[in-house]
Design a protein around this ligand. Sequence first.
Ligand SMILES: Cc1ncc(C[n+]2csc(CCOP(=O)(O)OP(=O)(O)O)c2C)c(N)n1
Ligand SMILES: [Mg+2]
Length: 896
Amino acid sequence: MTDRVQTSTSNGAGADVDAIETSEWLEALDAVVAHDGPVRARDLLTRVIERAQQSGTGPIASLNTPYVNTIPADREPPYPGDPELDRRLRSIMRLNAIAIVVRANKVSSELGGHIASYQSLATLYEVGFNHFWHAPSESHGGDLVYFQGHSSPGNYARAYLEGRLTERQLLGFRQEVDGAGLSSYPHPWLMPDFWQFPTVSLGIGPITSIYQARFMKYLEARGIAQTAGRKVWTFCGDGEMDEPESMGAIGLAGRERLDNLIWVVNCNLQRLDGPVRGNGKIIQELEADFRGAGWNVIKVIWGSRWDPLLAEDHDDALLQVMEACVDGDYQTFKSRDGAYVREHFFGRDPRLLERVKNMTDEEIWLLNRGGHDQQKVFAAYDAAVKHTGQPTVILAKTVKGYGMGVSGEGQMITHQAKKMTETALLHFRDRFELPLTDEQVKAAEFYKPANDSAVMEYMRERRAALGGPLPVRRRKAAQLPVPPLSEFQSQLDGTGEREISTTMAFVRILAALLRDKQIGRHVVPIIPDESRTFGMEGMFRQVGIYSPVGQLYQPQDSEQLMFYKEDRTGQILEEGITEAGSISSFIAAGTSYSAHDVPMIPFYIYYSMFGYQRVGDLVWAAGDSRTRGFMLGGTAGRTTLNGEGLQHEDGHSHVLFSVVPNCRSYDPTYGFEVAVIIQEGLRRMIGEQEDIFYYLTLMNENYQHPAMPAGAEDGILRGMYLLREGSKRSKKPRVQLLGSGTMLREVLAAADLLADDWGVVSDVWSVTSFTELRRDGIEVDRWNLLHPTEEQRTSFVEQSLGKRRGPVVASTDYVRTFADQIRTWVPGEYRVLGTDGFGRSDYRSALRRFFEVDRHYVAVSALKALADVGEIDPATVQAAIDRYEIDAEAPIPTSV
Ligand SMILES: Cc1ncc(C[n+]2csc(CCOP(=O)(O)OP(=O)(O)O)c2C)c(N)n1
Ligand SMILES: [Mg+2]
């Protein structure tokens, strides 16, 4: 037991100084419970505690209840349906789930898989499948179930019995390359009609499910979709709860009263290496944490076979031993046998030994845990779905590797067991009464009862009553109209003399979209407490910030035009300072087409440095989930966000995003580029319903934006276009200069220096995406490789630069790897400047010089490239170094 967790029996108060008085109080309480019920008792006690605390007792109430089930046996509802068929069905699921893993590892254990986790979860899943979880149908929008990633064999076993998967597919578990197999874990990317939520990276399921539940309330509040009555169910491991993402947002769920959210924490007391809280009690610890965060907590600790023992425990002797044993003990008990439990559990108190003296060791062994008792689980689920005003967490105690016997039950090694011995398999068959011959068992054959058997009919009837099979994923929703590019005309026209940043250009585009009659309602601005940084505070008033309770206070700035407005129907998700929460909202909104049959268009804007590198796993999950939307890394660039220093200045998010296969990323310089990219994103994601998402960096440097050059759209989208062409006929030395983001402007300035100071002609290219250019190059190379006898294709980089004369120099506000991506396809000399090294604060000009990316370094690099190909004298390069006062002996930026 952890110190901070108080229990009813060890309240730290020391010895009882007046036992008679104590028993009088307790008897009075018993009388209230007996006559007026537990609710009245609780109300009375609440008043008593309030009074006591007013008189200076300090905090009294513990967040914990005793280590027994929250729902007493006499308050459990009767089990619906046919409990015996439930049990038989579950046994078949268990067997097939084992067979899937054992068969995949028959030849070698290269493919892996997990047996023990699903065996501890089976009852928790099957009660849900048979009695609670709705599939989307005419009459119900469908519940959303976040299944535990590494228990996927349990889902496949059910889908097999339901006829959704074939035996051949089961045999293809973890063999997906030929397209016929099953993914190791839930991956919508790999099984887009089946899996909805990628949960296997621990913590991702929990946090994304909270924001999913919240997003459903948001959709309902805004009148966009009816989500009331639908539940989000999330299965988490007890070990998983140590991930910051798992617990980090439970306060939000409590605060916003997400009563559409039900978590089931499978407390099998073990994680991969060993016990979750060997020296404590994970259930008690989580109970206090969740209750403190405002959740309804339902503990399902003991199975029905304990009921008589608990009923006769008038002196709390049993409860005291239950409290005294730690999880490490409980794990060991279930890895041994009844005799061991008698000696080491009941043996702790002679009164208990006496009470169980008429029980055989076998009967003691069969004293089950709550999470394996369908009656107890049903009671908990029933209470959870009926509970209003709070999210519910069910803490279910189970045994890891339940039924695996010598091959893993309660053993330290059980998590990774991929095989079971023949003896263990035969024992398993007997224990779960499966009608299989020894030979069938030894061969780990799948078992499917006759189609017209009672158990199969029951299974079908149950799922039909709940609307069909689960999980099931919708690929597309109704299409939304895509606004034409002219909707952003002011960006296409340029700013004239006015100086703005690309962030400002973006905000104007977003404002135009929010005003759009047809799709404006579907836009979801998501911001983790940075709106003012991006100049978006005007939107607070315009569309409101979502709050389930509206605005209960008069905002300090209420007299102003653009006051801080919270609203029940607010459109902005102003998330507070949580990048993990914000991207979870992004995922919920960006997959709304699938989960809610209504496309939404999230624009998640944040400080770029706290994006990918903070929540990379969630970005990956967004890609896997087929999320559609825009992520915007604001105030990006290692030298453009100049004053904020090392931990703020992003010089590498583009490299990180370049590895996400379905992310299209851009580093635009001008407002018209931003407009073209966003309009194209809308066309592809909303119009064509492509499963891609976009990442754009936005800068906070102000400058003039020109009008869009005619015909630039295609190049903007493919990654580069010619922005300024040098004199065509000139015979002077010539270079090709590439720039992106704000650094394009340094490149333009370098072109002037080269012309004015050294007589060199430049063609200047705006490279909106080195990443897209590389993608194109790779595709072209691959096609050429595989079609050697056909006319060979050329990459867009070669098409652009191939006929141009002179070496190529690129400068960006990101590390060299970013621009280096296209090296293979650049004809001739290619020099890349970049901001490798830790950022620091200073003026932009100082930083650009420090990182050796400014106009002078571009010019010197261009001259050096020309010298290296023999077009100019090296002395000219030296002259430039001198003229621009470059310190040749300065340390390399990566070292300081
Ligand atoms: C972020 C992350 N870290 C590590 C893992 C590897 N891993 C998979 S399951 C597991 C143990 C899970 O224990 P628990 O959450 O208690 O689940 P159980 O299998 O016991 O139900 C680990 C470490 C992972 N999938 N994700
Ligand atoms: Mg566990």
